[in-house]
Ligand binder design. Structure first.
Ligand code: NAD
Length: 488
């Protein structure tokens, strides 16, 4: 309505260094109130075309700059985002529903660090060289940026995951067209306002806002975009693979998870319980790395469950801008309904819901009655075949089941289509090592969770993805290698 539109935040695409309006827009909701508060461009082929053209035009100059020059630009951008950290954190929390505390301490600091990390890492790569004395030849490799990179990111960690792609892409000398999630576009738009001041030349970073099926697919299908880095669901990745196949594009796919935590009876529960609560419920359980299947060895099963549920009940759910709140709102009404439906299905199958959804009551502040909230929910006595143990729920729901032997738990942990991250809790080093080796998972954390060194590979196996990202991996993905032979 007209009265409304005056107060709405209206985003614009960022193409060739300029903000440009779009002919149509999509509503974006504040998940903690249920109100429309922002309008996001509903870009399509035309907007993507303009952005790709700008990125292509900027490529020759940007790609020929030295790594040091690009590094300095990335560092400046990091400083500028850091300078506005509080404004970015507020915006991320409002747009996504996550707590202000999480946005302040995780999302935005990590976005800053992504730029600093790749600004540094780009200075330290070396290429290979071999000598063949008998033929009088030396062989060496050289790496060059690929061209225009298409970057597509999800709604759960908006700026964090988008910058995890933009930073290595431009550090390597590519130019980019990025499409953030239509549900969480605000911080990407805010970042665009800083690019010129950071010294990012026009056209090096272009951002088109809009839906996956319209703007996303136009990017995936564009013949002048030779590589796509995508983070999101497995279903969308299948579609992207299909759509990009006629162009033989290079794809990096970071997808969903159904991550197990394996807790042996010699685990230090004083460390394990608080960490497993966090790994299950932080960011409303909306992190691809979140734990959703907890296997506890029989001897400590009852004790674990009792303590875990007692602690889960203490989590405060409410207004994300309240710094004392542990969990904010889920991303959308539809997503909340989907997450809730899993709890219902589990109940229907005879599982026991020990706390949270449908069991405890949720008292919300007056302004948040229409927000998309639910309580941390713990389900026990779920069968391994149940959809709650097989499908990614992506909300604050975790299942706890008992196991007896090491052999058995490895098989059960591996018994899903996903393979992103696993955690193992035990004080027996030999066992931790043995189990970690046998888990079908791109990442295994033992006696901790989500401790990352960006130097090392990140990514999933099976339906959790193809390719890895990290210092060396991102460098390899975002560059094209050539082998040159010199005969002397
Ligand atoms: P999604 O797949 O629905 O959307 C992700 C992005 O793809 C969005 O920008 C969306 O607009 C776009 N998109 C949708 N359809 C498209 C199409 N046909 N062509 C091109 N682009 C399209 O995922 P989501 O719901 O935004 O995010 C949640 C999912 O992301 C979960 O499965 C989660 O596990 C996964 N995730 C994975 C990682 C990881 O690093 N492995 C990190 C975070 C989230």
């Amino acid at each position: 309505t007209m009265a409304h539109s005056k107060t709405l935040l209206v985003l614009e695409n960022f193409i060739a260094g300029k903000f440009v309006p779009c002919s149509s827009y999509i509503d974006s909701y504040n998940p903690s109130t249920g109100d429309v508060y922002c309008r996001v461009p509903d870009s399509g082929k035309e907007e993507v075309e303009a952005a790709v053209k700008a990125a292509k035009a900027a490529f020759p100059v940007w790609s020929s700059k030295s790594p040091l020059e690009r590094s300095q630009t990335l560092n400046k951008l990091a400083d500028l985002i850091e300078h506005d950290l509080e404004a970015f954190a507020q915006a991320e929390s409002k747009d996504q529903g996550k707590t202000i505390t999480f946005a302040r301490t995780v999302d935005i600091p990590r976005a800053v660090y992504n730029f600093r990390f790749f600004a540094s890492s780009i200075l330290h790569h070396t290429t290979e060289c071999t000598e063949m004395a008998t033929t009088g030849c030396i062989h060496y490799t050289s790496r060059a940026p690929v061209g225009v990179a298409g970057l597509i990111s999800p709604w759960n960690l908006p700026l964090y995951l988008l910058t995890w792609k933009i930073a290595p892409a431009i550090a390597c000398g590519n130019t980019v067209v990025a499409k953030p999630s239509e549900m969480t576009s605000v911080t990407a738009w805010m970042m665009c306002k800083l690019l010129e001041k950071a010294g990012v030349p026009h056209g090096v970073v272009n951002v088109v806002f809009g839906t996956g099926t319209k703007a996303g697919e136009a990017l995936v299908c564009h013949p002048d975009v030779p590589l796509i880095s995508f983070t999101g669901s497995t279903l969308t990745a299948q579609r992207i693979t299909e759509k990009s196949a006629p162009h033989c594009k290079r794809l990096s796919l970071e997808l969903g998870g159904k991550n197990p935590a394996i807790i042996f009876d010699d685990a230090d529960l004083t460390q394990c319980i608080p960490t497993t609560l966090r790994s299950s419920f932080v960011n409303q359980g909306e992190i691809c790395l979140c734990t959703s299947r907890i296997f506890v060895q029989r001897g400590i099963y009852r004790e674990f469950l009792k303590r875990f549920v007692a602690e889960a009940k203490k989590w405060k759910v409410g207004n994300p801008s309240d710094p004392t709140v542990d969990m904010g709102a889920l991303i959308s009404k539809e997503h909340l309904e989907k997450v809730r439906s899993y709890v219902k299905k589990a109940q229907g199958e005879g599982a026991r819901v020990l706390c949270g959804e449908g069991v405890d009551s949720l008292a919300l502040p007056t302004g948040n009655q229409k927000g998309y909230f639910m309580l941390p929910t713990v389900i026990a006595e779920v069968k391994d075949e149940s959809c709650c143990m097989q499908e990614e729920i992506f909300g604050p729901v975790t299942c706890v089941v008992a196991f007896d032997t090491e052999e058995e738990v490895i098989e059960r942990a591996n018994g899903v289509k996903y393979g992103l991250a696993a955690t193992v809790w035990s004080s027996n080093v030999g066992r931790v090592h043995r189990v970690a080796q046998r888990l079908q998972s791109g990442l295994v954390w033992t006696n901790c969770w989500l401790v990352r060194d960006l130097n090392l590979p990140f990514g999933g196996v099976k339906a959790s993805g193809i390719g890895r990202e990290g210092a060396k991996d991102s460098y390899e993905f975002f560059t094209e290698v050539k082998t040159i032979t010199i005969k002397h």
